[in-house]
Design a protein around this ligand. Structure first.
Ligand SMILES: [Zn+2]
Length: 258
């Protein structure tokens, strides 16, 4: 790329010699570009899209933990349920076995028959108890299933929002990078038009003045600080006294007549 540096190889061009204010006009152009770069860098460092993404990510992490915890609860209740069902099955098998003995006809001793009957009664009570427990576990499981469905839905919704937020952040970041590139190119084309000494003064002043070293002088007012210049100063400027470089009496910024 041929930059302005190629057309101004280290000395002031003819236009500059003819018009002593053009250097300053270019300085004001540079100030505009530098202010734009500062704003872009500020925005880049504190992207609203990044903040939104951070918030969604925090919510997503919470939702994932809640979902995982509920899954652990669900697994535990499922284990309880299958254990109880196994026990009911075992008791059922024993009841069947004892009933067969009771009604099979092989046992005739009244004492033994009474003992089997007592065992059967005990087994049926045990079965009832287990079935009550199973009912409780089923109710618990229903509640957990319901919670789980809600948490899964929330997780899905947050995952969608996270993807969208990340895309929005990426778009914003790319936009800023594009703008920064454009401004960097603009800066590179302006800098060779400015006298190196003036540029040095500007660069030294900028960090001390909140990024604004060059300000327009409009209607006798410094646009850098908003203060009107004294009539004496304005008179000096009008008569070209004090050299090319005019500084604001109040904020010391480089003034550029527009
Ligand atoms: Zn000022």
């Amino acid at each position: 790329m041929i930059t302005a540096a190629g057309t101004h190889p280290g000395h002031r061009g003819p236009a500059t010699s003819e018009d002593p204010t053009s250097d300053l006009k270019r300085l004001l152009d540079l100030q505009r570009v530098d202010s734009a770069i500062d704003r872009l860098n500020q925005r880049k460092a504190d992207l609203p899209e990044q903040r939104t993404l951070d918030e969604v990510t925090a919510e997503l992490d919470q939702a994932r933990s809640a979902h995982d915890a509920k899954k652990t609860e669900l697994d535990a209740v499922a284990r309880d349920q299958s254990k109880l069902e196994g026990e009911v099955q075992m008791v059922d098998d024993k009841i069947k076995h004892e009933s067969n003995r009771l009604y099979g006809g092989d046992i005739t001793s009244p004492k033994e028959l009474a003992s089997i009957q007592a065992e059967l009664d005990a087994l049926r009570r045990r079965k009832n108890h287990l079935e009550d427990q199973d009912l409780e576990v089923m109710e618990r499981r229903e509640a957990i299933d319901k919670d789980m469905a809600g948490l899964t839905e929330r997780l899905g919704e947050l995952e969608g929002r996270s993807t969208a937020s990340a895309a929005a952040r990426d778009t914003a970041a790319v936009e800023i990078e594009n703008e920064l590139s454009k401004n960097a190119a603009a800066r590179a084309s302006i800098v060779p038009d400015i006298d190196p000494e003036l540029l040095e003064t500007y660069e030294e002043l900028r960090p001390k003045k909140g990024g604004v070293a060059a300000a327009a002088l409009e209607g006798g007012v410094c646009r850098g600080c908003g203060v009107s210049l004294s009539p004496v100063k304005l008179d000096q400027i009008r008569h070209g006294e004090g050299g090319d470089l005019v500084r604001c009496e109040n904020c010391r910024r480089i003034l550029v007549r527009v």
